[in-house]
Write a protein that binds this ligand. Structure first.
Ligand SMILES: *[C@@H]1O[C@H](CO)[C@@H](O)[C@H](O)[C@H]1NC(C)=O
Ligand SMILES: *[C@@H]1O[C@H](CO)[C@@H](O)[C@H](O)[C@H]1NC(C)=O
Ligand SMILES: *[C@@H]1O[C@H](CO)[C@@H](O)[C@H](O)[C@H]1NC(C)=O
Ligand SMILES: *[C@@H]1O[C@H](CO)[C@@H](O)[C@H](O)[C@H]1NC(C)=O
Ligand SMILES: *[C@@H]1O[C@H](CO)[C@@H](O)[C@H](O)[C@H]1NC(C)=O
Ligand SMILES: *[C@@H]1O[C@H](CO)[C@@H](O)[C@H](O)[C@H]1NC(C)=O
Ligand SMILES: *[C@@H]1O[C@H](CO)[C@@H](O)[C@H](O)[C@H]1NC(C)=O
Ligand SMILES: *[C@@H]1O[C@H](CO)[C@@H](O)[C@H](O)[C@H]1NC(C)=O
Ligand SMILES: *[C@@H]1O[C@H](CO)[C@@H](O)[C@H](O)[C@H]1NC(C)=O
Length: 859
């Protein structure tokens, strides 16, 4: 609803797109209604002057009219902003990363969705009886886990921080209108002519200054009278106080909910020439106006009283920090001193973060004569368009760098939400997928993610381990964790069987793939000792105690119970997803033990012995599928969105690096899983094929397609990889290339995971280096494993693989022409054997000696 109200702010102007050339025909083109001059003409456009010559940007000839489909994102991780463009009026939607309703700010009794200590004995009894019922059941199932869940209480939502309204007192026809997102510079721009003046608007959020900027300028004349104001408009935020802090500074102070978390925004206006004045009309309405200037700009900063450092017992899990006013004041003063300096510093930061260490070419030819929405509208499944795919790849990395580098990680909206966001940070695929491309595309963005686990999951999660599971070491979190450490099982939602969402004690196990991968890619031993290893040890300790003997098959293995694949309905034991991931996590413990400096050999030995006994989650079922559950319950017509039991194919490695000696064999004379690698891979492929294309009766989201694309690339199947990749864009990506959860809704919801996962799927077709259970097993680096015919030539520079290796790869005519590999100066293991493979042939091999370099040119 909010956007409808917004539209009424936009003056009834006629937007006339920038046209270079008029050709006749085409009476019903979409823009003909907008085009006052020649309603029956087809235009050939040109990208606006200032649009990157590389083509690395998104551009449009009309202002955005729908937040999730046409607005353009800027952000610095701390703050986000969605820009519609606009001539005399631009209304930018704002976010502050920690602005969430709910939690202890809304309800002082909030406790992370956990059982009270007094309820713990009943929970432990319930857990015991659930175990017994599962093993006693003829099919190894129960129908609910309600006794373990807790009402979510003040669960809360990620909230919008309102809007910045920027106006100019001008009317009359707008000509030459264009707006674009320059992804080379991380700046959203608008240009147009009106009343014989040429205007530009510019919006960006700078990571170095932690501030956002909006500037309006005329190239050759005094600006009409210009105003800046903040307002909540249609958003559901309680009305804040909006005042003039001084003649050029606006202050917004309000609460995320009532009662709720305090937030503040400060915006300071500067101009070149002219006069700046602030007028307060009421307690909730103040405006800064600028007259007689040639340029005017506002720098704004925002924050809340949330503090991740207060999410522990010592702070009574209050998550409450200081009033943000003082720190915002000290940020604003340097941030608002020079626009030019801030812009230069911001562009340098974007280039250093996104492009100086990594680059990709898919052999794309920029289409500088067609606006992005038209390129998108013409896009077809399978046929594809390397330029649009390259843009989508770049947008994914741009959005990750623009949303992940605050104090909190990128949530399921990144940091962009106009309404109370329906999702926070689901941890059964979504937040994981957000970070899939980070290590390999050399983005330094994961620290806030790991801080988030350490400071918001682990402390409350230790309590959950105790009260729900009667486990007194380590910690556990479930699925929908949020920023207030919601670690319990979230019940009482009334959304079908609660277990589908709530019963997911493996969320942190999955995240340990990221923790291990960060170490394996960066060799950052100091980080590993201080943060990576303690996280891994905490999660592994809990899972060691949680594994129990399988009393259904009595095959002497250890299994998880109760488990269900994420969002799937059987509640059973020994789920493939959990078993594969826990096994991988135990391998990471062994691989990372030495570097950790930990001397707890008893822990390492326990991990080794339980790893040997545990069920490995790999079983071939009655229709040749890889079983999703230990009992063969799989249906061949199940096209569920998740590929949970294929976690070991991608992004994990329990399937794709399968080793019979470690994972298969005869178990206690009862179960025979003596499979070869090709049997396991074939079974995984049967399961993947039966899961469909990511449009089932249950869902049609982008992330499920991105996951399928990456999985097909893992099989080296280029046509199926490209089918899913192009289908992702075709089916679910909007004109602004945002991934839409319900793409056919008139006002669809944005979910960022497919945007951020897209680059990872692309990379998995170009370069693979799957993890292995131990450093003794060679690391295989596969070149162009699933290169689609649409990308015959290209280049990947600065890609990172595990083992601390940087890869520069060039290809043409579908084959590599040269690949250079460079080992870091400090690899974790200095004697790891590496094989470089193309088209099933080993084309090079080496060991990971420090600073080792090699170039391969024969394939
Ligand atoms: C600590 O938090 C609990 C809710 O989790 C609340 O009931 C209690 O009053 C708080 N104690 C203090 C000392 O603030
Ligand atoms: C909880 O754990 C304690 C200590 O290990 C044990 O004595 C007790 O029997 C357990 N309770 C249940 C219900 O399993
Ligand atoms: C806007 O401009 C018009 C015409 O130039 C003028 O009459 C009017 O007073 C201006 N309004 C404001 C709010 O400055
Ligand atoms: C400003 O520049 C535009 C385009 O170059 C021109 O058409 C217009 O007349 C100029 N206006 C003034 C006030 O100089
Ligand atoms: C602030 O007051 C002005 C003048 O009454 C009004 O035009 C404007 O819509 C108000 N702004 C908001 C956000 O309510
Ligand atoms: C497995 O062992 C348990 C406990 O010893 C026993 O009750 C159960 O009947 C056995 N199940 C099977 C299938 O052998
Ligand atoms: C497995 O079966 C063989 C032959 O029946 C027997 O010799 C062996 O002891 C059994 N092993 C176990 C672990 O039960
Ligand atoms: C286990 O399966 C493998 C492969 O299918 C087979 O070769 C082997 O004989 C089987 N072992 C037993 C004891 O059934
Ligand atoms: C995707 O799968 C659905 C359901 O099976 C089918 O109707 C549709 O044609 C498929 N589309 C593509 C592009 O694969």
């Amino acid at each position: 609803m909010a956007y409808l109200q917004l539209l009424s702010y936009i003056a009834p102007e006629i937007y006339r797109p920038a046209a270079q050339l008029v050709i006749s025909q085409g009476p019903t083109m979409w823009w003909s209604k907008l085009f006052a001059l020649a309603p029956a003409a087809v235009l050939s456009f040109a990208a606006p002057s200032g649009f990157p010559a590389s083509g690395n940007g998104l551009w449009y000839n009309t202002p955005g009219n729908l937040w999730s489909k046409t607005y353009l994102p800027v952000g610095n991780g701390f703050l986000g902003a969605m820009t519609p463009g606009g001539a005399s009026v631009e209304i930018t939607q704002l976010n502050i990363e920690s602005l969430w309703s709910g939690g202890p700010f809304q309800d002082p009794a909030y406790n992370g969705g956990n059982k009270r200590p007094s309820e713990a004995p009943a929970a432990h009894k319930a857990m015991e009886s659930i175990h017994a019922s599962i093993f006693a059941s003829s099919t190894g199932q129960i129908d609910n886990i309600e006794a373990l869940t807790t009402d979510p209480g003040a669960y809360g939502s990620y909230a919008s921080a309102g809007y910045l309204i920027s106006t100019m007192n001008i009317s009359g026809p707008v000509t030459g209108f264009a707006r674009w997102l320059d992804m080379d510079e991380g700046v959203a721009r608008v240009t147009w002519s009106q009343s014989s003046n040429y205007f530009t608007r510019e919006t960006f959020c700078s990571h170095p200054s932690q501030a956002c900027y909006h500037r309006i300028a005329s190239s050759n004349a005094t600006l009409p009278s210009t105003t800046f104001a903040f307002a909540t408009l249609g958003s559901l935020l309680p009305t804040p106080k909006i005042t003039c802090l001084d003649s050029r500074t606006l202050q917004v102070r309000g609460f995320a909910s009532e009662p709720g978390m305090l937030y503040e925004i400060l915006g300071k206006v500067q101009s070149t020439y002219g006069r700046v004045a602030c007028t307060a009309l009421s307690a909730n309405n103040a405006t800064i106006s600028v007259t007689g200037a040639t340029e005017a700009w506002i720098a704004w900063v925002g924050g809340t009283e949330y503090s991740m450092d207060a999410g522990n017992a010592k702070s009574n899990f209050s998550f409450r920090g200081a009033d943000p006013h003082a720190s915002l004041t000290s940020l604003l003063s340097p941030a608002s001193s020079s626009y030019q300096d801030a812009l230069v510093q911001h562009i340098a930061d974007i280039k250093a973060t996104l492009y100086s260490r990594f680059s990709l070419s898919l052999g794309q030819k920029p289409q500088l004569n067609i606006p992005t929405d038209q390129i998108r509208a013409a896009y077809q499944v399978d046929k594809g368009n390397p330029y649009l795919e390259w843009l989508t790849f770049n947008l994914g990395r741009y959005m990750l760098a623009s949303s992940a580098r605050g104090t909190l990680p990128a949530n399921l909206q990144g940091k962009w939400a106009k309404d109370p966001a329906p999702w926070g940070a689901d941890a059964n695929i979504n937040i994981q997928m957000n970070y899939w491309s980070a290590e390999m595309s050399n983005l330094d963005v994961t620290r806030p993610l790991f801080d988030y686990f350490e400071k918001t999951w682990a402390p409350r999660g230790a309590m959950t381990a105790q009260t729900l599971y009667n486990i007194s070491r380590g910690w556990v979190a479930h699925n929908e964790v949020r920023i207030f450490g919601h670690t319990g099982m979230k019940g009482g939602t009334g959304a079908g069987n609660t277990a589908l969402w709530a019963n997911y004690p493996e969320s942190a196990v999955w995240m340990m793939i990221h923790v291990w991968d960060h170490f394996d890619h960066t060799n950052d031993v100091a980080w590993w000792k201080a943060q990576g290893w303690p996280l891994l040890k905490g999660v592994a300790s809990f899972q060691l105690d949680k594994l129990i003997p399988d009393l259904y098959f009595n095959d002497s293995t250890l299994v998880v119970a109760p488990c269900n694949s994420p969002e799937q309905s059987y509640i059973t034991f020994g789920c493939a997803h959990a078993q594969q991931m826990i096994w991988q996590m135990f391998n990471a413990v062994e691989k990372g033990f030495k570097a950790s400096g930990d001397t707890d050999i008893a822990f390492l030995n326990e991990v080794r012995s339980k790893r040997a006994r545990m069920d490995k989650g790999l079983r071939i079922g009655r229709w040749g599928q890889l079983q999703e559950w230990k009992v063969d319950l799989d249906s061949p017509t199940d096209t569920h969105r998740h590929l949970s039991h294929l976690i070991g194919l991608y992004p994990g490695y329990a399937i794709s690096s399968y080793d019979l000696g470690l994972q298969g064999g005869l178990i206690a004379n009862r179960t025979n899983t003596t499979y070869t690698k090709s049997q396991v891979m074939d079974a995984a492929m049967v399961s993947l094929a039966h899961r469909g294309n990511g449009t089932g009766p249950d869902a049609d989201a982008g992330w499920e397609k991105v996951w399928r694309a990456a999985a097909w690339a893992q099989f080296g199947n280029a046509p199926k990889f490209y089918h899913e990749l192009t289908y992702t864009i075709y089916e679910t990506f909007g004109p602004n290339l945002f991934s839409l959860y319900n793409p056919f809704d008139p006002d669809p919801l944005f979910q960022i995971d497919a945007n951020l996962g897209f680059p990872a799927a692309v990379l998995n077709a170009l370069l693979q280096a799957q993890d292995v259970p131990s450093f003794d097993i060679p690391l295989v680096i596969t070149l162009l494993p699933a290169l689609p015919a649409a990308w015959p030539s290209g280049q990947l520079k600065g890609a990172r693989t595990r083992g601390g290796i940087t890869v520069d790869l060039q290809w043409s005519n579908g084959k590599p022409t040269t690949v250079a590999l460079a080992v870091d100066s400090n690899p974790i293991s200095a004697s790891r054997s590496v094989r470089v493979v193309f088209a099933g042939k080993i084309v090079g091999s080496f060991t990971t000696k420090p600073n080792f370099r090699t170039t391969i040119q024969r394939f």
